[in-house]
Write a new protein. Structure first.
Length: 93
């Protein structure tokens, strides 16, 4: 069983990951706005593509979590399909 310190560490780590994901999403929104007035570079297009894929990955994970027993099922699903999580929430290799 986790100690209080371990739980606090996990909460802090996931808070940082959520902040990172939000920053990436803001950047993608700004790039999409920019694309309406000028063309984007290949690097900018790739950033938008990756962020949209991350958002699409978060939706099924959230849906599983909201199911009855989803809080228990999601960790198992993550072990089986590690690519279900957005890039900010994957452990560094």
């Amino acid at each position: 069983m986790n100690t209080v310190g371990e739980i606090k560490e996990l909460l802090y780590k996931n808070k940082k990951r959520l902040d990172q994901e939000l920053k990436e999403s803001k950047e993608a929104v700004n790039l999409i706005k920019k694309s309406m007035s000028s063309s984007l570079s290949d690097d900018e297009k790739e950033k938008i593509k990756m962020q949209l894929l991350d958002i699409c990955k978060a939706i099924p994970a959230l849906a599983v979590f909201l199911l009855p027993g989803g809080a228990l099922l999601l960790p198992l699903l993550i072990k089986l399909i590690p690519d279900i999580l957005p890039s900010a929430f994957r452990d560094d290799e």
